[in-house]
Design a protein around this ligand. Sequence first.
Ligand SMILES: *Cc1c(COP(=O)(O)O)cnc(C)c1O
Length: 389
Amino acid sequence: MTSPLPPARPGSQATAYVDLGAVEGNVRALRGHAGPAALMAVVKADAYGHGLVPVARAAIRGGATWLGTARLSEAITLRDNGIPGRLMAWQAVPGADFAACLEREIDLGVSAPWALDEIVAAARHTGITARVHLKVDTGLGRAGAYAADFTALLDAAVAAAREGTVRVVGVWSHLACADEPGHPSIRAQQLVFEAAVAEAARAGCELEVRHLANSAATVTDPSLHYDLVRTGIAIYGLSPVPALGDSAAYGLTPAMTLVARLALVKDVPAGQGVSYGHLYTTTEATRLGLVPLGYADGIPRNASNVGPLAVGGVRHRIAGRVCMDQVVVDLGAGSNARAGDDVVIFGTGGAGEPTAQEWAVSTGTISYEIVTRLGPRVEREYVGVEEVG
Ligand SMILES: *Cc1c(COP(=O)(O)O)cnc(C)c1O
């Protein structure tokens, strides 16, 4: 399923190769986990740093029938690039361009009465009935109408449905601890969710989709699948429950491989301090390599002295502090690495290179942040698909 990486373009300092065949295969694997439930590929935040439109197309090839984004603008970009199928966006502030969403047949997640009011106004203005998914805060304590306020939101939506401005097509929620299977909050949230669904049904809503599961819930608990699962991290091939299993354990392949090219190699004696603050000092005469990627490109500064990478198939750790534009690696005296050689920051792990999950552990974060934070100076190159255009 993994495609060989093409050689770097001459002069290219750093490239994030995104294997769209892997994305497609991951979606297919997740459909297997999801059983009869439909699959929404969550492509917010530029598809977790992988590239919004190419990933969306790959997810559709893999069988995703829904695409989800946080911002309205992300869903608008998808539609304006010709992406078909159901789109849903769920994050907005007052004054958002809901009319632009209605004109593009984008479903809207609704957490608050103000949003419903603005959506109703947009529906009147455009003459297009809005498809809304009412979000209930079942215990995450984040977005969604708090359970006690859900009835008021539902009543307002039902009134709007009666005048034809709105159709309530979904009730949904989001879990706090899905990556800790068996956590008591999961069942507690599920009960609140089912009560909200039942309330909507009693109010006369003919729901198309009830949805609660993220990637972790999708691969660990079929009782949470309902009609639709919203998978993000797993479509990129990263384990949603790393404490229980790696990517392969869930049938997933990491899609992104981040490769930089050595900008400089030089020999230094023992006792040379390396990079700002001299947090690293050579213990013997050695060869240093300069890797032209820094925190401006998404390498966490707290990867200083710990971030793993591979040069010529040999693993090293970053030597000294991560700078804005570069890091240094101690290649060892025997190294025959040269300027221009590839440095693999992370990849599938299939050739022994570090993974985004390993970076997450090294830097005290989650794999989501490692891939999403890559900066705009890192070129994305798509492999694993015969893409036209
Ligand atoms: C980001 C997000 C998801 C996807 O979560 P993963 O853990 O990446 O699968 C699902 N639902 C909502 C509401 C989200 O914000």
